[in-house]
Design a binder for this molecule. Structure first.
Ligand code: NAG
Ligand code: NAG
Ligand code: NAG
Length: 376
């Protein structure tokens, strides 16, 4: 009974230290995961992303009643996490005058991935004759489309509205009859579903094919400095698709004041300006600013280069899939080349999933090469 028993109390501070160490470790790990969320494609992970502090840049002037209403609706849509779906799908929306010459190639692309995609076809001139079963019965109600007219935007909105009806659709890809896939389905699916951004082409062109098409009648809602340009072939997330169908204010501005043959002989093409301008104003950080559809403007003509059967080689397709910089050229006399790396969630990656334009005669060559060029 002499010696004081080894004081147990001495263990206590040590235990406290350990508890503290463990707590600090947990806190640091938690903070790390919060700041650098895991980049795999487990969709539930994306749902607990911190909701972005989203605010469209408020202009200094007082907003009109319509603008206030529109902005509050957009804000709500954009800050609401995606509709939870057990079976997320991609909506492939084909905007075509009539027949789709690459149906068989697309069938090869979709094969084995049933339940992970939906197809929608808007045929604006004549009812297509489908040669592939995956396209049969996928035509939606459609209307005439005039080149460069607002009817082009109307068709895009019609496709989006129809595709939004299926709550499984999480990503919406707009394709033309001359588009072909550059990768296999799994690659495309993971690329689009795993992205935090929509792939909408958008840049500031100070020249005649850009800001010269702007009309002051779009004031006060759309200022000249906010007017943007980009290719119409988008690939957008569900919330952005919702914004497009919910918008009437900005849509009406473009409907009335962006069309061919405006005052002073100016031409404006709504399909090249409406969505880039809308998203530049409403959610600039939510768009990648480039399109995932490859196109070759290098010939410098009014229309991009179209590829013939003889052009379609393994090397050509590999060239398209290896481009990892997006290019824009301004249409003013400077012809400035704007280059940016294609960033996918901050990582540099090849830009393109699809390509245009191909002549129907290229179909067989593309199908023969498909399994080769889409291996990676
Ligand atoms: C797209 O461009 C806008 C500027 O117009 C920029 O604020 C935004 O961060 C860009 N998006 C990405 C993903 O880099
Ligand atoms: C592929 O790219 C290389 C390097 O840019 C070029 O020399 C070649 O001509 C291209 N081939 C085709 C078929 O486009
Ligand atoms: C496609 O792949 C097969 C088998 O790997 C190979 O023999 C053939 O040369 C490839 N074709 C081309 C055009 O690369």
């Amino acid at each position: 009974m002499k010696g004081v028993p080894v004081p147990r109390a001495r263990a206590s501070p040590r235990r406290h230290i350990w508890t503290l160490v463990v707590l600090i470790f947990i806190a640091i790990t938690g903070l790390w995961i919060y700041m650098y969320p895991p980049q795999d494609y487990t969709y539930p992970v994306r749902d607990w992303y911190p909701v972005r502090d989203w605010f469209p840049a408020e202009p200094a002037r007082e907003l009109t009643d319509e603008e206030t209403a529109t902005r509050v609706v957009f804000r709500q849509i954009l800050s609401t996490p995606p509709f939870p779906s057990r079976n997320p799908k991609i909506a492939f929306m084909f905007l075509t005058p009539g027949n789709l010459p690459f149906e068989k190639l697309w069938e090869l692309f979709f094969k084995g991935h049933e339940g992970r995609y939906n197809i929608y076809v808007h045929a604006s001139r004549e009812k297509p004759e489908h040669v592939s079963p995956v396209f049969v019965g996928r035509d939606i109600h459609s209307d005439k489309v005039g080149w460069g007219m607002i009817s082009m935007v109307d068709a895009e909105r019609r496709l989006l509205a129809k595709a939004l009806e299926d709550t499984d659709n999480q990503h919406f890809v707009l394709l033309s009859d001359s588009c072909v896939p550059l990768h296999n389905f799994d690659y495309v699916y993971d690329f689009l579903m795993g992205s935090r951004h929509s792939f909408l082409d958008c840049f500031d062109d100070p020249g005649p094919h850009g800001v010269f098409r702007y009309s002051k009648h779009m004031l006060p809602e759309v200022r000249e400095t906010e007017f943007r340009k980009g290719s119409q072939w988008f690939s957008i997330k569900r919330q952005h698709a919702m914004v497009v169908v919910a918008d009437s204010l900005y849509y009406m501005k473009f409907r009335r004041f962006c069309k061919p043959g405006m005052e002073e002989g100016r031409n404006c093409y709504a399909d090249e300006h409406y969505l880039p301008t809308l998203f530049h104003m409403m959610d600039p950080a939510g768009i990648a600013n480039w399109s995932v559809t490859y196109v070759d403007w290098s010939e410098g003509k009014w229309h991009p280069r179209s590829f013939r059967a003889k052009d379609v080689t393994y090397e050509l397709l590999k060239n398209m899939t290896s481009v990892d910089i997006s290019y824009h050229v301004t249409s003013d006399e400077k012809k400035e080349l704007l280059q940016r790396p294609c960033l996918w969630n901050g990582l540099k990656r090849p830009c393109y999933l699809f390509a245009r334009k191909f002549y129907p005669e290229a179909s067989n060559n593309l199908m023969n090469l498909f399994s080769n060029y889409t291996i990676f």
